[in-house]
Design a protein around this ligand. Structure first.
Ligand code: MN
Length: 197
């Protein structure tokens, strides 16, 4: 068994102009595919080669000697999750079950966006900002480099990649503009609602 690169859920031009086809081409074909290739090379011939991606992440998360495997496995998972959380014509005010949950746990959509943006901007260096369910409540968190909520037993609902490779071609150093464009135009709330069930 080897870990497969999942197909993108849309055409590479689908998220333009907010995320260009050029960014998606590099991000998916070079970065995401690269993590898959490296991971398969690292686990080849070891017992981890028989495990699912989620199990590889959980089994290597707390072992510093396995950090290369963890980093590549978590990056494979995080990117697959990131793609699913976006769609053409997404973003803006959500509908569905997430609406009441956001109101109850953040005090409203604007408060959630404020926290989410703060997490994305406040992540020093590479990493991810997340909407998660923690102890039955929605929460915002950020992780460094490859780290992922699933390594900590926390259920993610949505993520934005804030590594420079995610936005530099389109926004250069303006990470805040990328986060704004993502929030207003790309979030796939249907995906979030499906996970919330
Ligand atoms: Mn990335």
């Amino acid at each position: 068994m080897s870990i497969k690169l999942p197909e993108l859920p849309y055409d590479k031009a689908a998220l333009g102009p907010y995320i260009s086809a050029k960014t998606l081409e590099f991000h998916y074909v070079k970065h995401h595919a690269g993590y898959v290739k490296k991971l398969n090379g690292l686990v080849k011939g070891t017992p981890l080669a028989e495990e699912t991606l989620e199990n590889i992440i959980k089994k290597t998360a707390k072992d510093a000697s396995q950090s290369a495997i963890f980093n590549n496995a978590a990056q494979v998972w995080n990117h697959s999750f990131y793609w699913q959380g976006m769609k053409k014509g997404g973003g803006g005010i959500p509908s569905g079950a997430i609406v009441d949950k956001i109101k109850a746990d953040f005090g409203g959509y604007d408060k959630f966006i404020e926290e989410f943006k703060k997490a994305g901007l406040g992540q020093f260096g590479s990493g991810w900002a997340w909407l998660v369910v923690k102890d039955g409540k929605l929460a915002v968190m950020k992780t460094s480099n490859a780290d992922t909520p699933i390594a900590h037993g926390i259920k993610p609902l949505l993520t934005i990649d804030v590594w420079e490779h995610a936005y530099y071609l389109d926004y250069q150093n303006k990470r805040g503009d990328y986060i704004d464009a993502y929030v207003k135009n790309l979030i796939n709330w249907d995906f979030v609602n499906k996970l919330l069930k």
